[in-house]
Design a protein. Structure first.
Length: 267
C-alpha cells in the first residue's frame, strides 16, 4: 500500500529534480546526463572479493548520481526508475558484450535481492523495479531480455551501513540462495547479475556464489532434452552490471588500463 500512496502523491504534489532539487521536474537534463554521460565502464573495488564477476557500472556514485539513487530507493521517487533503468541498461549491454557467446538465448537479469525488512520499510524493492525498467528499455531496442528474480535471502543479514569490506563479506557469506526451480530458468540464457550500487562488491560476490552453488547439482541432473552445453551456459559465463560504483573503483580501473597501455608500449 505504501508504494501505491507514493505513486498517487507523485501525481498531485509538486516535484523536484531527484539529483539537484530543481523544481517542476523529476530529473533535470544535467542530472540525467550524469547518469549516463561517461558511458559504462569496467570497475573493480579494492580489495576485490573472491568470486566477484566482471562488473560494469554506468557512473560513479557521487553528487547527482548519488542523490538520484537515494531519492528512488529511500525517498520514494518511484518515477526515477525509468531513467535509472536506462542507465542500468547501458551497463548491462556492456557487461553482456564482454561475455563470450552471449548472443545465444535470452539475456537474463538477476537482481540482487533486498531483505524483506528493507522492502517493507521502503514500500518497494528498488533493484527489482530498476531491473524491470532496464529490461523494458532493452526489449524496445530489440533485445530478448527477461528479469528472473530467483535469488532470495536464506538467513538474517545485518544492515550493511558502517561495515567495511571484511565486515560486509562476513555479514553476507552464505546469505543468498537460488529459489527452487530457479536453476532451470538460469540455464536458458546469459546471466547478468544486476544491482543499483556496488561499494565493496560483497553483495555481487555472494550472489555469484549462490548461482554457482546450484550449478553442480543441476548439471548432474540435466533435464531430459536439454543439451549439457545449454545447461552450463547460464552459470559458467556470468557478468554483473550496476548503475553506480564507488568513484575509487573507477579510478582503479582507469589506472589499471593506463598501466596496461604503458606496458604494451603505447604510451
Amino acid at each position: 500500500m505504501r508504494g501505491w500512496w507514493r505513486e498517487i502523491a507523485g501525481l498531485v504534489l509538486p516535484v523536484a529534480c531527484g539529483g539537484c532539487g530543481r523544481p517542476r521536474t523529476e530529473l533535470c537534463p544535467e542530472c540525467a546526463e550524469a547518469l549516463t554521460g561517461t558511458g559504462p565502464r569496467r570497475v573493480r573495488p579494492e580489495p576485490e572479493p573472491a568470486g566477484l564477476p566482471a562488473v560494469h557500472a554506468a557512473a560513479p556514485y557521487a553528487d547527482a548520481v548519488r542523490e538520484v539513487l537515494l531519492a528512488h530507493k529511500e525517498r520514494g521517487a518511484l518515477a526515477l526508475a525509468g531513467p535509472l533503468g536506462g542507465a542500468l541498461a547501458g551497463a548491462v549491454e556492456a557487461a553482456a558484450g564482454a561475455v563470450p557467446g552471449s548472443g545465444a538465448g535470452p539475456l537474463l537479469l538477476v537482481p540482487v535481492p533486498s531483505s524483506r525488512r528493507s522492502v517493507r520499510a521502503r514500500g518497494h524493492d528498488p533493484t527489482r523495479r530498476i531491473a524491470l525498467a532496464a529490461a523494458g528499455r532493452l526489449r524496445r531496442a530489440g533485445r530478448d531480455v527477461r528479469v528472473v528474480p530467483v535469488l532470495r535471502q536464506r538467513r538474517y543479514v545485518a544492515d550493511q551501513a558502517g561495515l567495511g569490506a571484511r565486515g560486509r563479506l562476513a555479514n553476507l557469506s552464505g546469505a543468498l540462495e537460488v529459489a527452487p526451480g530457479g536453476a532451470r530458468l538460469l540455464a536458458t540464457g546469459t546471466v547478468v547479475l544486476v544491482d543499483d550500487l556496488m561499494t565493496t562488491g560483497a553483495s555481487l560476490a555472494e550472489a555469484a556464489r549462490a548461482l554457482g552453488a546450484v550449478q553442480l547439482s543441476f548439471i548432474s541432473e540435466i533435464p531430459h532434452g536439454l543439451p549439457a552445453a545449454s545447461a552450463q551456459h547460464g552459470f559458467e559465463q556470468r557478468a554483473a552490471a550496476v548503475i553506480a560504483s564507488s568513484p575509487a573503483s573507477f579510478e582503479i580501473n582507469r589506472n589499471s588500463s593506463r598501466s596496461w597501455i604503458v606496458a604494451g608500449g603505447e604510451r
